[in-house]
Design a protein around this ligand. Structure first.
Ligand code: 45D
Length: 320
């Protein structure tokens, strides 16, 4: 019987513990826009006491410079309004410009705006701002998350902002992204306890050298990759575009896994480990799992990347 995407998505589903991230983001979305901006500000500055993102280079900032320049030249009330418009996904010129940025450019835009707010070049959170109960509760729950989960909450809220005119076309990843320099060298030796599958080892090795051609060559023709909290991306071309836009400079450190053979000659593997983003380098490790379905020809038919609910989940490789 041919492998199907729907059945591939369910592999190892009984071992998956729900991540607290979607629930946190749902709470964030219930806040009004001023509270959202305030929450992000306090979460970001609080987090900044222990971990700060690497400053985005000029090559990446160039895409955001037009919008940043416009904001800088506005009177403060208008600056605040632009931030509100972007955060509330309003249909405005700035909202449209922002939505067309890649994920990393969106992050770079807010990084720079945060710096401007600290320097007083852009309107800060109003000095008399009183935290609402909702903001306070959300900040408290975010403090319970591990650092990898905290930065994922920030990233995913930022990604969802802006007015996306092309929301219906998932193939529209921005091209010509500047390279994202690794802040730390990638691990060179890949050894995963319990895993010898060449496609899996080759995948990690290719990703750690940003060799996305080699990575997608390991996929079956109609193979699929499912990023955390997203729908699967199907086909080599679409996967490669996605990787170029969102997977540059990631350090992947799988630690252990299990391999199970299936009756039809395919194999399913669950691998757990740590991923570092070039935004935070060695300072933040994200606990994740990869769930691979390898077809009878040794090609990747499906891989899902999931954020783990807790570090304990790294060891959770039993089927039952
Ligand atoms: O609104 O195998 C202010 C895939 C206040 C590929 C602010 C992967 C106002 C395949 C503070 C200014 C990619 C799926 C805002 C693996 C305001 C694969 C600013 C996984 C917003 C393993 C806020 C990769 C700021 C993973 C500046 C899991 C926030 C990658 C900045 C995960 C936040 C990467 C930053 C993550 C967050 C990166 C820089 C979670 C970066 C997060």
């Amino acid at each position: 019987m041919a492998l199907t995407l729907a059945s591939a998505q369910t592999i190892f589903s009984s071992t998956q513990v729900p991540s607290p991230i979607p629930a946190t983001i749902a709470l964030f979305e219930q806040l009004d826009v001023d509270d959202q901006l305030a929450f992000l500000w306090f979460a970001y500055t609080e987090m900044g006491k222990t971990i700060t993102p690497a400053a985005p280079g000029a090559a990446r900032l160039q895409f955001a410079e037009g919008l940043l320049g416009q904001i800088k030249s506005m009177p403060q009330p208008e600056q605040t309004q632009v931030m509100r418009d972007i955060a509330s996904c309003a249909d405005t010129p700035s909202g449209r410009t922002y939505a067309a940025f890649s994920v990393n450019t969106k992050l770079a835009f807010w990084y720079e705006l945060g710096e401007f707010m600290k320097q007083g070049i852009v309107a800060p959170i109003p000095p008399g701002y009183q935290m609402s109960i909702g903001v306070r509760a959300l900040l408290e729950s975010v403090q319970q998350l591990d650092p990898g989960q905290q930065i994922t909450v920030l990233r995913n809220t930022v990604v969802g902002m802006g007015y996306d005119v092309s929301a219906q076309s998932p193939s529209s990843y921005p091209t010509s992204e500047p390279l994202f320099e690794r802040t730390v060298p990638a691990p060179t030796k890949v050894a995963i306890e319990g895993v010898t599958e060449p496609a899996v080892l080759g995948y990690i090795e290719a990703m750690n050298t940003d060799n996305f051609d080699a990575a997608v060559a390991l996929f079956a023709d109609n193979g699929a990759l499912q990023p955390p909290f997203q729908k699967p991306i199907v086909g080599r071309d679409a996967i490669k575009q996605y990787m170029q836009s969102e997977a540059q400079g990631l350090n992947m450190m799988p630690q252990q896994g299990i391999t199970e053979s299936r009756e039809d000659g395919s194999k399913q593997l669950k691998v757990t480990g740590i991923v570092q983003t070039p935004w935070f380098g060695v300072n933040v490790g994200m606990n994740i799992s990869w769930r691979f379905l390898i077809d009878g020809q040794g090609k990747i038919f499906f891989v899902a990347i999931d954020m783990l609910a807790s570090p304990q989940e790294l060891m959770n490789l039993r089927r039952i």
